[in-house]
Design a protein around this ligand. Sequence first.
Ligand code: 5RP
Length: 225
Amino acid sequence: MDQSELKKVAAERAAEFVEDGMTLGLGTGSTVFFLVEAIARRVKAENLHIEAVATSSRTAKQASDLGITMKDINDVDHIDLCIDGADEIDKHYQGIKGGGAAHTLEKMVATTSRRNIWIVDESKLVDTLGKFPLPTEVIPFGCEQVFHRLDAEGLHPQFRLDDSGQRVTTHNKNFVIDLHMGKIDHPHLLKQFLDGQVGILEHGLFLDLVDTVVVGTQDGAKVLP
Ligand code: 5RP
């Protein structure tokens, strides 16, 4: 199976965790795409009554086109289960997210949720975080100052650019600065530093957040831990 098929394997297994009556959080990305399809199939086949909050307009559109009832996060009093992809997960189940620049909304939905499941293909499991550049979301006002501060800290910042060389903007019209660190030895210390930086709205270090990881492997889906 190629990477896309492994993502589908993980997504379809994770869709089995959805129960009638739940309010769901739906993540963003190519793995979540398969998840939304699988949940929509179950909703139709089993006449499930669920509602969902999305972490991006892409996911919201796909889910609502497939007949899933979508809610604004401000209109729900809780989220039972959030299922999302990830860019890297280490052996302590700490993760990097934000490859799709949706990490601020994803972290809001994840921290609101009673249970979090990540769905990944096996290539996302790593010993140490940081090979995948760590995304931050930075407000435009003073973003050059933030960039210089991150550079001075040795965090190897780069503005994320699109195919035409323009700065990528998020749902909130902010910029993404990726930190090309190669290796993150102390994720909690880095989180503390980034949380304290004026101008950084959010970053893609998701620590102590996930309850279950569903991995697509050549031997099928594995549910961890
Ligand atoms: C988007 C994310 C995604 O969950 C992450 O990038 C994984 O994406 P994919 O499932 O396409 O590999 O964090 O901001």
